[in-house]
Design a protein around this ligand. Structure first.
Ligand SMILES: [Zn+2]
Length: 211
């Protein structure tokens, strides 16, 4: 049997079990979704948002890309953010990176990977430049990558706060709160590394004063 067929078979079993446990499960979800969280995570197959937080369909609105980046020209991410913040009115936006992130590791090298990856990973090199003094002082490669993962998450949270989408929501409904988390591939645990409650002031260069 083709492996993709196994996915379809597993799906049938899963749907059957859900209905067995809760006959109204799909009926409830088909009508409307009310997730409290927007998750911006890495595309890495080992970091599935629902599974590692033990949440169900309907609980987390998810966007994933390589190395969980918030790039201010990424229309895909901005559309997700706009919808999650303004229509779903999520209470929390979580940027979740993970230790051992291949995207972060690649960005710490000087390899020419491919035109597209070079463009995307350049954003991580920019994070390195901001924190160069701290990172240059770490000699162990794994430790440096891990710290880089944490700082990357922190900078992506700042990038969220720099958007008019977030600043407008903070002004008008005092939410959502922003969180930077890092997942450990080795122990399955999530470590909160950075937090920005709604209304936090950032560098005034990035603050809109006429929202
Ligand atoms: Zn990753």
């Amino acid at each position: 049997m083709q492996t993709y067929n196994q996915l379809l078979l597993s799906n049938k079993v899963w749907a059957k079990e859900k209905v067995y446990d809760d006959p109204e499960f799909f009926k409830r979800l088909a009508d409307v979704q009310h997730p409290e969280f927007l998750w911006i995570g890495c595309s890495d197959s080992r970091v599935p948002a629902n599974e590692i937080t033990d949440t169900q369909p309907g609980e987390i609105f998810v966007h994933r890309n390589v190395a969980n980046l918030v790039v201010n020209t990424d229309v895909n991410l901005l559309a997700v953010l706009d919808y999650a913040v303004n229509s779903l009115k999520v209470k929390h936006v979580i940027v979740c990176g993970h230790y051992g992130c291949g995207g972060v590791k690649a960005a710490l090298t000087n390899h020419d990977l491919s035109p597209m990856l070079n463009v995307w990973l350049r954003n991580i090199k920019d994070v390195y430049r901001i924190h160069r003094t701290e990172l240059d002082a770490i000699t162990d490669t794994e430790q440096k990558t891990d710290r880089m993962v944490e700082l990357n998450v922190q900078e992506q949270v700042f990038n969220l706060a720099k958007t008019a989408i977030i600043q407008r929501a903070w002004k008008h409904r005092q939410g959502p709160h922003l969180h930077g988390w890092v997942y450990g591939l080795k122990d399955g645990l999530i470590k909160p590394v950075f937090e920005m409650p709604a209304g936090t002031h950032i560098d005034e260069l990035y603050e809109y004063d006429d929202l």
